[in-house]
Design a protein around this ligand. Structure first.
Ligand code: ZN
Length: 362
């Protein structure tokens, strides 16, 4: 909390988007928000940066969250300490270290009751509250959030690591374990392996006991993936045939599961190597969302294609628990101070980043 404003309210620094598609953020002084009923105030220590935010600032975010007031504070990923509780919120949690789950869920619809809060029917509405999308988010010194969406960080996990792995780890766990149901000795392909999500996917796939292939662009990113235990690294920029590598890695059996965040561009390069009953888990589409593949082949070999949409608080708890025991570590490619946050978004845009980017606020 910095200087009091003329009204006597405490002020904070925040990066704000002043209009839709502005393609620039302003470093503003704004009042520290007051937690409303059921909400807590989080003093932010670390912010994770995500490509979807870069797209939102630039104006080419094509997600469903379009209704928001301006100016608004973007950012879907923040870790910090609860410093105040609003009416009805659990006051005993003041002082707790937490990471913020970005997407509110009603807790009562068929999807929520079934354990699938990530596909909550109420939260699917365009104006439903979403941290850093329809309401103010992470790019600030403080944020207010519903108490239930502040997820406790284990003592052994730093704010930086928590901010790096809430989105990337939650996404990766939901794709690989919840939707992909990886089993030991399977052969797995991770597309987009050097991204924040990709570097978590390959680690989780290794923890599950699988043989892992992953795509990356260039020798430096390939080297880092090998350090994470990836047995076969494929350069998506080169025009070579991947099938011999898949055959060797799987002892001729083929790929059991593709964890795909790269999107349509890689499908023609792995479809012919899918094993019978293989499955493709689609969690992103950086290279395009219209895949071209042979329906006959996928029918004859009974290949399953399944979507994976965001993640749940349970997935976040699972990855934080693994991190607390030292079994999982987010790859933090760079850290930046708050005043340099837009530089991080530029790194995401130019794809010069490796792994996760974290802004350290305090
Ligand atoms: Zn719901």
């Amino acid at each position: 909390m910095t200087e009091p404003t003329t009204q006597g309210q405490m002020a904070m620094k925040a990066w704000r988007l002043h209009r839709s598609k502005a393609d620039r953020l302003e470093f503003d002084d704004v009042p520290v928000p007051e937690p409303a009923a059921g909400e807590v105030l989080v003093e932010i220590h670390a912010i994770g940066l995500n490509s979807s935010e870069m797209q939102l600032v630039r104006g080419d975010w094509e997600g469903p969250d379009t209704h928001r007031p301006y100016p608004m504070i973007p950012g879907i990923e923040a870790a910090g300490m609860i410093v105040a509780a609003g009416p009805g919120a659990p006051a005993h949690r003041v002082g707790e270290r937490v990471t913020v789950h970005y997407r509110w869920a009603c807790g009562d619809c068929d999807e929520c009751v079934g354990g699938n809060e990530n596909t909550c029917q109420v939260a699917a509405a365009p104006n439903a509250p979403k941290f850093g999308r329809t309401i103010d988010g992470a790019y600030a010194e403080y944020a207010r959030v519903p108490a239930g969406f502040a997820v406790r960080i284990p003592d052994q996990v730093s704010y930086t690591d928590a901010a790096a792995m809430t989105v990337s780890g939650g996404t990766a766990w939901h794709m690989a374990i919840v939707r992909g149901q990886l089993r030991p000795n399977e052969t797995v392909l991770v597309t987009g392996g050097s991204s924040g999500v990709g570097s978590m996917l390959v680690q989780i796939a290794k923890l599950a006991g699988t043989r892992v292939a992953a795509t990356a662009g260039g020798p430096e990113k390939a080297r880092r993936l090998r350090e994470l235990g990836v047995e076969l690294v494929l350069d998506h920029r080169a025009d070579d045939d991947w099938s011999a590598g898949f055959a060797q890695l799987s002892d001729g059996a083929g790929i059991d599961c593709v964890l795909d965040i790269a999107g349509a561009g890689t499908w023609p390069r792995f479809m012919g190597s899918m094993r019978h009953h293989g499955r493709i888990i689609v969690g992103g589409y950086m290279s395009g969302d219209r895949a071209d593949f042979d329906l006959k082949e996928s029918t004859i070999r009974e290949i399953a294609i399944a979507g994976a949409s965001s993640w749940t608080r349970k997935s976040v708890r699972d990855v934080l628990g693994l991190a607390a025991r030292g079994d999982l570590r987010p790859v933090v490619g760079a850290t930046l101070p708050l005043r340099e946050l837009p530089d991080g978004l530029r790194m995401l845009r130019d794809r010069t980043a490796y792994g996760n980017l974290v802004v350290q606020v305090r």
